[in-house]
Design a binder for this molecule. Structure first.
Ligand code: 5GP
Ligand code: MN
Length: 347
């Protein structure tokens, strides 16, 4: 049995809103990751199976290794169909906001979502959500938004509507947000849910392979270059920093998703407990942070770059020069030096 997490009021009110809605839209954050897509498509499968007219709209495209997700060919990508996307959002009577906690995270969809008269339900696991929805189902202690979608459907008494496609999407979200169950995944409930998904018929080993064993040869070579030439260790701070300039992006013909996962690799070094990846894009510098144990990446992201995220996985954006972004990172290390000590021998 699962412990009850979502309040009874939220469940009853959601049920009522779903039942009376004719057009439902699901939106998720920009640069959608496995949890954004898995939770959105999982909910999409459930609502479709339940007989609802429902669309998933994402702000922009997502990596090719998620294109196998059942239903992904039905996703509307807003930056390719801005008018159509906005029309759907304005016509909807119910909008689910999944896997983000602040409206600006949905980028080009923000204005239409905020203007839409539709009722809104947030389902998310990021800290401190803005209260921009009628219902806020926010549980930062959860592994993933996908886990919350599973709980949401079960609590509404609709477990029977979770088909194998829905289950595959939910599993993908849970797997990718926990690094294939290597962090943020100690709660026994997670494994209860996995066993239910296995009963429904998912092939979890195949899902792992479809997500993680899909790199191009160029990507694997780029990984070699990045680790050999671009990984800087700050031994005093038990920290690693990988940087990639815009010029390098062009030189290596880097495609969307090619750099995903690089930031995790330095954490495999024994004494490294904090890892950063700073990537220069055209008009923006993107920062990814990861940590072992209890080093708070989200506090660092928020204080240094105005970003956010989870304890062990956070990010931010910086609108300035690449060198400045790196300098800010180094200043941040000095500020956080008291927390950058390998005190926790477990890690
Ligand atoms: P990633 O490093 O994979 O881009 O992001 C890791 C996590 O950090 C995301 O799941 C998200 O929660 C958070 N995150 C990434 N970029 C930003 C950002 O610009 N702002 C905020 N608030 N959170 C971010
Ligand atoms: Mn998530």
């Amino acid at each position: 049995m699962l412990t009850k997490i979502i309040t009874e009021d939220n469940i009853q009110e959601s049920k009522r809103l779903i039942n009376r809605s004719r057009h439902i839209v699901i939106v998720t954050h920009t640069a959608p990751d496995g949890d954004a897509l898995g939770s959105s498509l999982g909910l999409w499968h459930f609502l479709s199976e339940f007989g609802k007219d429902v669309k998933v709209i994402v702000p922009d495209d997502y990596p090719s290794f998620y294109k196998w997700l059942p239903g992904s060919n039905k996703i509307v990508i807003a930056d390719r169909q801005q008018k159509y996307s906005c029309g759907l959002i304005l016509d909807a009577d119910l909008i689910f906001c999944l896997d983000f906690n602040e409206p600006h995270r949905i980028a080009n969809l923000e204005t239409c979502v905020m203007e839409s008269k539709a009722k809104k339900i947030l389902i998310d696991h990021h800290l401190d959500p803005d209260r921009f929805c009628e219902l806020t189902i926010s549980h930062p202690e959860m592994s993933s938004t996908a886990e919350l979608v599973f709980r949401f459907v079960c609590r509404m008494g609709m477990f029977e509507y979770i088909n194998v496609f829905c289950a595959e999407c939910i599993y993908t979200g849970m797997m990718t947000d926990t690094g294939a169950f290597t962090f943020n995944s100690n709660r026994p409930d997670i494994f209860f849910i996995i066993s239910e998904l296995l009963q429904i018929g998912i092939d979890k080993d195949a899902i792992y392979s479809r997500v993680y064993n899909q790199y191009s040869a160029e990507r694997v070579r780029l990984q070699g270059y990045v680790l050999h030439e671009k990984m800087n260790l700050y031994k005093k701070y038990h920290t690693s920093l990988i940087t990639l300039s815009f010029e390098e992006h062009q030189r290596f013909n880097i495609q969307k998703g090619d750099t995903e996962g690089f930031v995790n690799i330095p954490l495999t070094i024994r004494d490294v407990l904090f890892s950063a990846f700073i990537r220069e894009d055209k008009n923006i510098v993107k920062i990814s942070l990861r940590s072992k144990g209890d080093f708070p990446c989200n506090r660092f992201a928020s204080e240094v770059y105005g970003g956010g995220g989870h304890l062990n996985a956070s990010g931010g954006e910086f609108y300035g020069s690449f060198d400045e972004a790196v300098r800010k990172f180094e200043e941040g290390l000095e500020k956080y030096k008291n927390l950058l000590k390998p005190v926790n021998q477990n890690y």
